[in-house]
Design a protein around this ligand. Structure first.
Ligand SMILES: Cc1cc2nc3c(=O)[nH]c(=O)nc-3n(C[C@H](O)[C@H](O)[C@H](O)COP(=O)(O)OP(=O)(O)OC[C@H]3O[C@@H](n4cnc5c(N)ncnc54)[C@H](O)[C@@H]3O)c2cc1C
Ligand SMILES: NC(=O)c1ccc[n+]([C@@H]2O[C@H](COP(=O)([O-])OP(=O)(O)OC[C@H]3O[C@@H](n4cnc5c(N)ncnc54)[C@H](OP(=O)(O)O)[C@@H]3O)[C@@H](O)[C@H]2O)c1
Length: 296
């Protein structure tokens, strides 16, 4: 499916009141059994409906049952982790990368389980899943294959970037020509989701794809604290600043909202060396579709 204008991009084909009922096809744990983080790659079948999507979009999942007030559960959004043809390459599936949310209630200490993430992470092949969307018309790849792409992810924020990489290196008739950089932050080395695929692209891209990891609980930043993606970005800030100034670089940020301030600090420092103010420059990049953020 080729898309030439924003108007062609499919959105909201299915809504919460009339969702598409798909089926789980695969549910693969990406993190080891003994890791405290249970992150799943889940493949859903779309073959009986008309939902189609492109890289960078999200879908909604409506958990079954009702909430504490007896009302149907509200949908939760998930970034799509597969490219438009799906992992089975037949345009009949969509894949997600979902972390099982389990935490202790801050006041009672009781274990709380996130409604939608536990529904998805416990799916078995054949189980029904209520799907809405797709949504998203801006967190999308540029059309010009000479553009540079800078991707910054924490944890499951890797999902849309897996889709981007599969599309540009596995599916495009000629490989992407611009530089493609991925900064990826996780807690420990075993949490490096899709690591083999990512490493594979460093070779497949002919050296155009660079992977920079920040492993917060195994590496230290310059101040001796946890190594986060923003610290890796600070190490490359002058180069990144020069790339965004050339106006041929699209930057994408996905995952935890907390990383945004640190990324801004790195760019503020680099821009100040030339007497420029980062917030104004960043505003202009956003207006020009060169800076995209999906953080939560
Ligand atoms: C555009 C978009 C894309 C997203 N993509 C993904 C994705 O690709 N993968 C993914 O896993 N998630 C993604 N999410 C998050 C997802 O939508 C859900 O918010 C998440 O899975 C939790 O939903 P839940 O129903 O399991 O939890 P809920 O039942 O909704 O509970 C979550 C709530 O619990 C509370 N909570 C959670 N953790 C703690 C804690 N440690 N301490 C105290 N309180 C806490 C918070 O109030 C939080 O709002 C995305 C969100 C958006 C908006
Ligand atoms: N992927 C998404 O799109 C998305 C969207 C919304 C919500 N969520 C929810 O957010 C939760 C987090 O799960 P996750 O797997 O994505 O992430 P995670 O495993 O909790 O964290 C990923 C990495 O980000 C680091 N980190 C924490 N605070 C940071 C900060 N302020 N700046 C930079 N890095 C920081 C973590 O370090 P430390 O833990 O070692 O400090 C870890 O190294 C999940 O419950 C998920 O549902 C995800």
């Amino acid at each position: 499916m080729a898309h030439s204008t924003v108007a062609d991009i499919p959105v909201n084909i299915y809504r919460p009141k009339d969702p598409y009922v798909g089926k789980a096809v695969d549910n693969i744990r990406l993190t080891p059994e003994d890791s405290p983080n249970d992150v799943r790659h889940v493949v859903l079948d779309l073959s009986e409906g008309s939902l189609r999507y492109i890289e960078g979009q999200s879908i909604g999942i409506v958990p079954p049952g009702t909430d504490a007030n007896g009302k149907p559960h509200k949908l939760r959004l998930y970034s799509i982790a597969s490219s438009r043809i799906g992992d089975h390459k037949d345009s009949k599936t969509v894949s997600l990368c979902v972390k099982r949310v389990v935490y202790k209630h801050p006041e009672t200490g009781a274990e709380v389980r996130g409604v939608a993430s536990n529904h998805i992470c416990s799916l078995k092949p054949g189980d029904p899943v209520m799907i809405t969307g797709p949504v998203g018309k801006s967190f999308l790849l540029p059309e010009d294959p000479t553009m540079n792409i800078v991707m910054i992810a924490t944890g499951t924020g890797i999902a849309p970037f897996r889709a981007f990489l599969r599309h540009i290196y596995d599916e495009m008739p000629t490989p992407w020509q611009g530089e493609v950089w991925l900064f990826f932050g996780v807690q420990t080395s075993v949490d490096l989701l899709y690591h083999d695929e990512l490493v594979g692209y460093t070779e497949k891209s002919g050296g155009k794809f660079k992977l920079m990891t920040a492993i917060s609980r195994e590496q230290k930043n310059a101040e001796g604290g946890r190594m986060y993606v923003q610290h890796r970005i600070a190490e490359h800030a002058d180069t990144l600043w020069s790339m965004v100034q050339q106006r041929n670089t699209c930057t994408y940020i996905c995952g935890l909202r907390g990383m945004e301030d640190g990324i801004d600090v790195a760019f503020t420092t680099a821009a100040a060396k030339q007497g420029l103010e980062w917030p104004a420059y960043q505003f202009d990049l956003k207006q020009s579709d060169l800076w995209h953020v999906e953080t939560y």
